[in-house]
Design a protein. Structure first.
Length: 203
């Protein structure tokens, strides 16, 4: 981090490719946060639509929003580029077609501040349509997957003690899958799950 630059509480990294239809809503959900001490880094990853122009317009109105040009080589590289530019104490990755509830940053940052031994905080999610209506048509299919992943986390909690049950049912699916698979190798080794010396637990 360069000398003299302000350190925000949260850096929100937003990889965006051809996201002109959704980026405004994503950034509007950030502007509505009860925790206002954040910066947003929009990585325009080779968009062919007006994503770059929309991101630049937000940056012109709100100094907390910054834009950088990605290489057009995929979301992982775009996230890494945003991470390298981040100045915050906490980093949140947010897709350009997602939105946050108004207290999301407040609650996540607050829990990390209250329990400094934690390295990661995350919460639940819901699928909505373009008008914000809750989608329920595929809940049964995903519900089965959730329960299977939650069972892995429950088993992990017994073996390693790094998670809290039954809040595992609220974890996002990708994290459930990752930690469920990771649980197997971690529990076999008899080690607790840590990152940079701090324990990883769901909050």
């Amino acid at each position: 981090m360069s000398a003299g630059l302000r350190t925000p509480a949260v850096s929100v990294v937003i990889p965006a490719r051809d996201a002109a239809d959704t980026l405004d809503q994503t950034l509007a959900s950030l502007a509505a946060q009860t925790l206002s001490d954040w910066e947003a880094i929009v990585v325009d990853d080779g968009s062919r639509d007006t994503t770059g122009e929309r991101a630049a317009a937000h940056a012109a109105r709100d100094p907390r929003v910054r834009t950088i040009a990605g290489e057009g080589r995929g979301v992982s590289r775009a996230r890494n580029a945003g991470l390298a530019a981040a100045r915050g104490e906490i980093v949140l990755f947010l897709d350009a077609d997602d939105t946050l509830e108004p207290r999301a940053l407040e609650l996540l940052a607050g829990r990390l501040a209250a329990e400094p031994e934690l390295a990661v905080a995350f919460g639940g999610w819901a699928r909505v349509d373009a008008e914000g209506g809750l989608l329920t048509d595929d809940w049964l299919r995903w519900g089965v997957v959730y329960l299977l992943c939650a069972a892995q986390v429950a088993w992990f909690s017994r073996q390693v003690g790094a998670f809290r049950w039954p809040s595992a049912l609220l974890y996002p699916l990708p994290l459930l899958f990752f930690f469920g698979v990771f649980a197997w190798s971690a529990a076999r080794s008899g080690k607790r799950v840590t990152w940079k010396g701090r324990e990883i637990r769901a909050v």
